[in-house]
Every structure is written in C-alpha cells, then in structure tokens.
Design a protein around this ligand. Structure first.
Ligand code: COI
Length: 354
C-alpha cells in the first residue's frame, strides 16, 4: 500500500539496526520512559493547516521560551502497539485517539491533524521504532502523540503556530503494584475538573493539578486518587490517569462523560465488550455511597489497561471489593488484551496491522 511504501522510504536512510529487538531487559519493563530511535514531527503552516510531517531522531526539541504550550495550549494522546504471537504488529483503534485529539483541539482553539494524518503518523512512528515493541506477553510500545502551541505569544490568545509530535516507549504495567489490586483514596480536598472546564479533554492542564493529590495519597500508602464531582462532592468522576467502573451482579456502571470526565478509548472498548458479553452496562451518575454495595471495582485506561481495585478509602472508611475467584474485570481484560494482541479474532475492525 501507499502507506507501507512511504514508511519504508521514511525509515530506510537512518535505520539503526536490522535486529528484530532492541537491547532491552524486557522482564524489567514498568512505565518508565525508554527512549526509542525516532519521533515524528509535523508543524502547521501559517494558515493553520498541517502539511507533511517526518520522522526524525528522537531528541530534544527546540522551543521558543514564549511558546504557547508552556502557558496555554497542549493536549496529548496515548495509544499502544503490540506484537502478536505470529509476528504481526497491531495498533488498537488509533482513529479513536485521532478523533479525540480533534475534539480536544477544538475545545482548546488549536488546529489539529486530520484523522488520516494522525493515524499515518502513528503507523510511521511505530514502524520506525518496531524493534522497541516488546515480545508478546512482555508489554507494549506506548505511543504518545502531542499537539503543542509552539508559536511565541505573550498575551492570552491562541498560538500562531502548532507542532504535532509523536514519540514512543516500550512499557508494561503502569502501577508499581503490577497487576495487584489498587487501593484508592477519595480526597475531598482536591477536584479534578469542574463543569464548563476542560476535564473531558486530554489537556495537560488536567494532569499537573492532580500531582499533589497523588503524592499525598501515595504518602499515605494508597495507589492513587479517585475524584468526586466538583459541585456536589457526591458522584464518582475518575482516577488521576484512568476511568472507573463498578460491578454489581450482571450490571456494570461507569460515570457518564458529561464534560468533566475523559472519554477513554479503553473505557469505550470495555463498555462495548461487556455489552457484547451480555452484561448490562450503564453510563450514569454514580453516588459515592453506592461503592458500599459494589461487588467489584476496576479502572480502565490505555496506560493502565484494566486494573482491579481492592479497596477505596472514603472519610476514614475502607471499603473492600472482590479481587479473587471469577472476576468480571479479569474476563473483560482478557478479551480486550486478546483483541489487542491478536489472540482473539477482531470482528469489529478495531485493530490496525502495520
Ligand atoms: C493513558 O492512559 O494513555 C494516559 O494518557 C494517562 C497518562 C496519565 C499516563
């Protein structure tokens, strides 16, 4: 195909090595950054349209001290590439990330690459860094697209220029707990996003403010923070880096995305997989008090995957959830991971082979 041939042209001149795998201790992968060979850079022209981007060596980028991303505009995405047992490379629903970036860009007054430009750029980046994709069962290549206001600006207005950039890193488990159940903490002192704000958008401004809440939870021995809604402090929102689900019998619920909650691609996929497997799935407002009756709780996210929650502490009360035996979260994750790694046949056209 055209895409495949342009990939070869782009990566041939400076390809580092013909080895199938980079020199990585695959058994030691966590979620730290392992720099890979190439990144993808595409700048928009003065008329705010993105033209051809290209792969360059991974490295520092030059930035005006007054670049808008520093003060105002920056959004990002996360998606993963996996190797299959039979040696193929699969992306998972990258067009969903592309669409989310477009949606976020619109909210943040930024021009964005088209869906096709985004997906092609992800493919090129993964292809060029393919020796960094972990062996089957050892993790994934995490791909991080960024859209940055890179033009200089002093006042408060959209940047005059933008840069779309993608880099990648091999990763495995996001939490230091590995696959062990998480212990979450509800800290009412902090909120993640409020109505009318940009909580539903993957802007960097949703992530810096939660660092303090995470640090305080970790200091107390918790894995992460579960936020409540900003207005009533009564409804579940999301965890710092992932969405939340509760399970009761055959019913699975997750907070409805009403503008303050990120529309996770993994969240959406889990909802679709669960419905397909016969669960009743509701996207609705979930009161924090409902946690007391939940059988199971789990988190979902691209980085996180699906992580079981063992306990949630709220107002000095620790609520515990099922983490052993037959688990709905395990079942759903097994299907999701099976699709992502080619173990399960993809009947929905979710995977993109490169
Ligand atoms: C992801 O899940 O891909 C994210 O972007 C979350 C991030 C905080 C690691």
């Amino acid at each position: 195909s055209q895409a495949a041939s342009s990939l070869r042209v782009a990566t041939q001149p400076s390809s580092d090595s013909d080895d199938e795998y980079a020199d990585v201790d695959w058994d030691k992968l966590g979620f730290g950054l392992t720099p890979t060979d190439y990144m993808y850079v595409m700048r928009c022209s003065k008329d705010q349209t993105f033209n051809a981007g290209q792969l360059t060596r991974y490295g520092n980028i030059e930035l005006s001290p007054s670049a808008a991303q520093i003060l105002i505009q920056a959004i990002y995405e996360g998606t993963k590439a996996n190797r299959t047992e039979d040696g193929r490379i699969l992306l998972f629903r990258p067009e969903q990330n592309a669409a989310r970036m477009k949606y976020g860009a619109e909210r943040m007054c930024m021009p964005s690459p088209s869906i096709e430009q985004f997906v092609d750029a992800v493919k090129e980046t993964v292809f060029a860094n393919k020796r960094w994709i972990p062996p089957p069962g050892k993790g994934s290549l995490y791909v991080r697209p960024l859209l940055l206001g890179s033009g200089p600006i002093l006042g408060l207005a959209p940047a005059p220029e933008y840069t779309f950039l993608i880099y990648a890193s091999p990763v495995r488990n996001y939490f230091k707990e590995g696959t062990a159940p998480l212990n979450l903490y509800i800290n009412e002192e902090y909120v993640r996003a409020s109505p009318g704000g940009a909580g539903g958008v993957k802007t960097i401004t949703n992530y810096a403010p939660v660092l303090k809440a995470i640090a305080s939870a970790k200091n107390r021995g918790f894995s992460d923070v579960l936020y409540l809604d900003a207005v009533n402090k009564k409804y579940l929102e999301e965890v710092s880096s992932c969405n939340i689900f509760i399970v009761k019998g055959n019913n699975i619920s997750t907070p409805a995305t009403n503008g303050t909650i990120l529309k996770g691609v993994t969240r959406k996929s889990i909802i679709e997989i669960a419905r397909d497997q016969g669960y009743q799935v509701e996207e609705r407002a979930i009161e924090v008090d409902e946690l007391g009756e939940a059988d199971e709780v789990f988190c979902s996210g691209t980085a996180v995957g699906v992580a079981p929650v063992g306990s949630i502490t709220y107002r000095n009360k620790r609520m515990e959830f099922k983490t052993e035996g037959r688990l709905v979260s395990k079942e759903l994750y097994s299907t999701l991971a099976g699709l992502q790694t080619g173990r399960i046949e993809d009947k929905n056209g979710w995977t993109v082979e490169i």
